[in-house]
Design a protein around this ligand. Structure first.
Ligand code: SAH
Ligand code: SF4
Length: 362
């Protein structure tokens, strides 16, 4: 094994070049990176894994990100919206099964009615669970007022992936117009923090034209913006999207998977006390993908609670896992898998980011 990797891992601070070297680690060297990350995880956040029951509320979307299977321009996508009753039913399931928190995710939409509907739903979930369910939302870019209303209605965490922190690359993966503007997305992260949300962001890994140096910069971006939580996973091509034309230039899926695992591990080494999610897209490549992510640094998992009849229509990418399982089945198999990965489930706990708690105090 290489001395170079060992030396980097013994440092306290990491440059872009160091991080890129860790991300480029080969089969033997990456074991060192994984072991270091596991050690840091144990010391700073322990082996608890927190559940966030995921409800993919709707695949209606006003945007056209060039990589995404539910982009507005994909006329083949069958559009749905989960009914209010069904959301509440899934939320009740999460609450009764001591999941601690929910994530409500959907395509990006705007409009007064929509904002009000989400607000009402948030209040209903809070009321139904006596305020016990924590709520994360991931509903794209919104105005400051909307973010504030949803915060006041009970959402306390927000996930908004920057997708790629390099503005030039960002504009290659998005249509060039003002609804797909890097600065606006970045500004959203500041607004969310100002309002008081725990803020999560993330990137896709293995995009065409992306290098390990770009990924190293993504990691430094998370640190520079003092992010509380990160969710990131491999980019997976989808046939009915413009970016599919680059499919032959991508790394093989298994390499994208290991690159993603290294990103999780290196991020844990860099930001010791944040929450890191084991992304669903990891499981799309490797059936044990999320558990492997937990072993090397992740501490959050998002079991899918979207009612089964909608699941196969929330296809952000190919081979999305668990589209044919119901919640009960998912829960049992997940519990066993997490135990196998040395984790313990934090039932009934919110499992807020320790980093956020510290940030609030200072
Ligand atoms: N509309 C919201 C949330 C839903 S999309 C938003 O865009 O913020 C959730 C995430 O799915 C996106 O942030 C993106 O990182 C991811 N995603 C979309 N298409 C993907 C693909 N082809 N491969 C992997 N992840 C993808
Ligand atoms: Fe819509 Fe989000 Fe997909 Fe972009 S990534 S098209 S905003 S659902």
């Amino acid at each position: 094994m290489s001395e170079k990797i060992k030396n980097i891992l013994s440092q306290e601070n990491f440059s872009k070049v160091d991080l890129a070297a860790l991300l480029a680690a080969g089969e033997e060297d990456r074991k060192l990176v994984f072991a270091k990350a596991a050690e840091i995880k144990q010391a700073y956040v322990g082996n608890k894994v927190y559940y966030r029951g995921l409800i993919e509320f709707s695949n209606l979307c006003g945007k056209n990100c060039l990589y995404c299977g539910i982009r507005a321009g994909n006329k083949k996508a069958r559009r749905y919206e989960v009914t209010e009753e069904e959301v509440l039913e899934a939320a009740r399931y999460a609450w009764e099964n001591k999941f601690g928190s929910l994530v409500l995710q959907a395509g990006e939409r705007s409009g007064k009615d929509y904002v009000r509907r989400i607000e009402r739903l948030l209040r209903q979930i809070k009321k139904m669970s006596n305020g016990e369910l924590g709520i994360t939302i991931s509903l794209g870019e919104q105005s400051e007022e909307t973010y504030r209303r949803w915060f006041e209605a009970g959402a306390h965490r927000y996930l908004l992936r920057i997708e790629v922190s390099n503005p030039d690359l960002y504009h290659r993966y998005h249509p060039k117009n003002k609804v797909h503007d890097y600065q606006t997305r970045l500004q959203s992260l500041f607004l969310l923090k100002k309002i008081g949300y725990q803020v999560g962001t993330g990137v896709m890994i293995g995009l065409p034209f992306q290098t390990v140096e770009d990924l190293a910069m993504d990691l430094l971006f998370f640190r520079e913006h003092d992010i509380d939580m990160v969710g990131m996973g491999p980019y997976i091509e989808h046939e009915d999207t413009p970016m599919y034309r680059y499919k032959d230039q991508l790394l093989p899926k298994v390499d994208r998977f290991y690159l993603s695992l290294k990103m999780v591990a290196v991020l844990r080494i860099l930001m010791k006390d944040i929450n890191i999610a084991a992304a669903t897209a990891m499981q799309a490549i490797d059936p044990m993908g999320r558990e492997k992510a937990i072993k090397v640094g992740a501490n959050i998992i998002m079991p899918n609670l979207t009612p089964s009849r909608y699941r196969e229509d929330y296809l952000l990418y190919e081979d999305k896992p668990c589209t044919d399982e119901d919640a009960e089945e998912c829960k049992r198999c997940l519990e066993a898998r997490i135990h196998m990965a040395g984790g313990e489930i934090g039932y009934g706990e919110w499992g807020d980011s320790k980093h956020f708690e510290k940030r609030k105090k200072t």
